[in-house]
Structures are given as C-alpha cells and as structure tokens.
Design a protein around this ligand. Structure first.
Ligand code: DAH
Length: 339
C-alpha cells in the first residue's frame, strides 16, 4: 500500500492542468467520496494495528498535499482569468451612497403637509406664462412697475410671453379649472430679472395658497396663518399682521412671526426687532373674482404667498441664498440626518 501511496503522490505532484475544468476533474478523481484517496482510506480501515501505525502518516500527508494542490491550482486559474478579462469579480463593490432631499424640497414638503391638513390640495401651473395669468387677471394696473422689463423675463413682448414672476399666476388657472369652493396650494419656481447676490436670485421658489368659498372672512385667514406659523416654527410662535399692498388682495397684509432663534427678545437674525417677515397675504380683491367670472357678492376668499428660500434660510440659519443653487455636496449633505 505504501508503494501505491507514493505512486499517487508522484502523480499528484506532477499534475499540470490546462484549465479550471481539468482541476475540477482532478479533484473529483482523487478527493471525492469514490476518489482514489477515499478508496485508500477505506482499505486503511481494514488493516491491523501495526500496518495502521506505519501507513497512517503518509496517507494523511497524501490527502493534505492533494487538497493544497487543488486549492493552489484553483487560485492560479482565478487570477489568470482576472488578468485576462481585466475584471476581478471577487472585489467588494463600491458602497452605494444614498442621495438626500434638497433643503428647499424638505421645507416645501413640510409646508405642503401643514396646508394639506387644512384641506388644501396641490395645483401646479406653467412656468412660461402670459400677461393675463401673471398680471391682468390679478388686477395689476396697466402701468404697474412689476410689469416693467426690469423685473420680468419676457420671452416675447407682443403677444406677451414671459416667465412667471410669482406663483400667484396660478390663481387664474385655479379659478378657470376648478369648481367652487377652491382650496389650492401651488409650490413652484418663479423668475425675476434680478442681480444674483447673497439675498436675491433670478430663480427662486414660492408657495401660493388660495381659498375661495362663501363667507370666507379675514378671521379665517388669520386662523390659517396662526396654525401654519405654530406648526412650522413651534407652538409658542406668535404672528402679527402689518398692512400692506398687493393689487390682487384687499385688504392686504404682511405676516411676521416671533423670531424662532431669540424667541422675540431680539437678535441679529431679526435685526433686534424680535420679528421675522414671512409672507404676503390678504382677502382676494373682489375685482379679481369678477375678472375670473366669480360672483364677488356671493363668494369671498383669501390668498397668501411665501418664498421658500427665505423660510429655509431662517429655519437653518443659512446666510447666502446662492448656496441653494450651487449644489455643493458638502452643503447639501448636512440636511438629511434621518431622511
Ligand atoms: N405674489 C406676491 C409676491 O410674489 C406674494 C403674495 C402676496 C401672494 C400676497 C399672495 C398674496 O397670494 O395674497 O410678492
């Protein structure tokens, strides 16, 4: 038996396969249950004690050497394949980086969520508009400065094709397309011919809210504003309304909230006043209702509009508006903890 072991050892040591299939056949021939080495082990079991003592060691060595040889050959062919194909399929994959939401989207979605709870649903309109939707239907007088070339990006002057300067342009679409009562919420991009700086941009985002029904009063507007402010800025937030002017609302107001950073005591964010200006609002001007074929003796409504960039800057203490558009990953990845 020792002779057979040595012969087999010789055969195994000198084995030179041409491909991985030959290695596998070699393994089956010698190491499988019915392979040559297993056969020797079966025979070994029948031997007497002294023969076992003599043959145990060489037989085990034969097995170990064969296993090692098979492993080495397999590895050799694997690396040869990698070198040939240029791919190493055993390399771990690159970790997948999770994307995240843009801070403007996070704030927009939060605002939408709050108004959804009050029964407002989203209604989007076009970014390329005409004079009627952006200005005339909203009661802008012919000579109003907002129609001036300085503010508006005109695509064509006659007939007027322009980039909307505010999401209020969707109000007329809402009144054309929806039956009453109307409870619409419009998030979207708006465009103004402004020099880009830390505080202004030619592209920015607004959210518009329009409610028209019978018996809508200023108290409804105030309640809606107060609910929004407390939900968004915190339960302790107070609001104040300052009289203002917009062609499409009468009366019109601007809403301030108590500064969420100093709690109203005064700090450099609120410039010592304790108040932050958040949005414009008012009761829909009866002229606007009539221009859009709604009977202003039966129906009334309120509207409000706010800039998403401004609110995001206040929420996160961001000082430069341009950061929102540069899309620097180091800036963006700070906002997505837990998303
Ligand atoms: N459209 C106004 C702007 O861009 C914001 C605004 C003010 C919207 C009052 C409203 C409103 O709906 O009632 O400055």
């Amino acid at each position: 038996m020792l002779e057979r072991i040595n012969l087999l050892l010789e055969e195994i040591k000198t084995f030179k396969p041409n491909n991985i299939e030959e290695v596998e056949n070699f393994r089956i021939k010698h190491l499988s249950k019915k392979g040559s080495i297993s056969e020797l082990f079966n025979e070994f079991k029948t031997l007497d004690g002294s023969a076992k003592r003599e043959l145990g060691k060489p037989l085990n060595q034969l097995k170990q050497i064969t296993i090692q040889k098979v492993n080495e050959l397999k590895e050799e062919f694997d690396t040869a394949n990698v070198q040939k194909s240029g791919f190493d399929l055993s390399l771990p994959a690159y970790p997948i980086k999770h994307g995240g939401r843009h801070p403007l989207s996070l704030v927009k979605n939060e605002i939408i969520g709050i108004f959804n709870r009050l029964g407002f649903t989203i209604s989007e309109g076009p970014e390329i508009e005409d004079d009627w939707h952006n200005f005339s239907s909203l009661n802008f007088p012919e000579e109003h400065p907002a129609r001036d070339m300085q503010d508006t990006f005109f695509i064509e002057k006659n007939p007027d094709v322009l980039l909307r300067t505010h999401t209020s342009s969707v109000q007329a679409h809402d009144m054309e397309e929806h039956s009453l009562p109307i409870r619409c919420l419009t998030p979207g991009r708006v465009f103004r011919n402004e020099a880009i700086s830390a505080r202004a941009h030619c592209i920015f985002h607004q959210i518009e809210c329009l409610y028209i029904d019978k018996d809508v009063s200023f108290a409804d507007l105030k309640q809606c504003l107060s609910y929004f402010a407390k939900e968004f800025f915190g339960e302790k937030t107070e609001i104040r309304l300052r009289p203002s002017y917009f062609p499409f609302t009468e009366p019109s107001a601007e809403m301030d909230v108590t500064c969420s950073l100093c709690g109203g005591k005064g700090c450099n964010v609120c410039k010592g006043t304790g108040w932050l200006e958040i949005l414009g609002c008012g009761m829909v001007d009866p002229n606007v209702l009539e221009l859009n074929n709604i009977d202003s003796k039966v129906y009334s409504g309120f509207a409000l509009g706010m800039g998403i960039e401004r609110i995001t800057m206040l929420k996160y203490g961001i000082k430069d508006l341009r950061l929102f558009f540069e899309n620097d990953i180091r800036f963006l990845e700070q906002f997505n903890a837990g998303v």
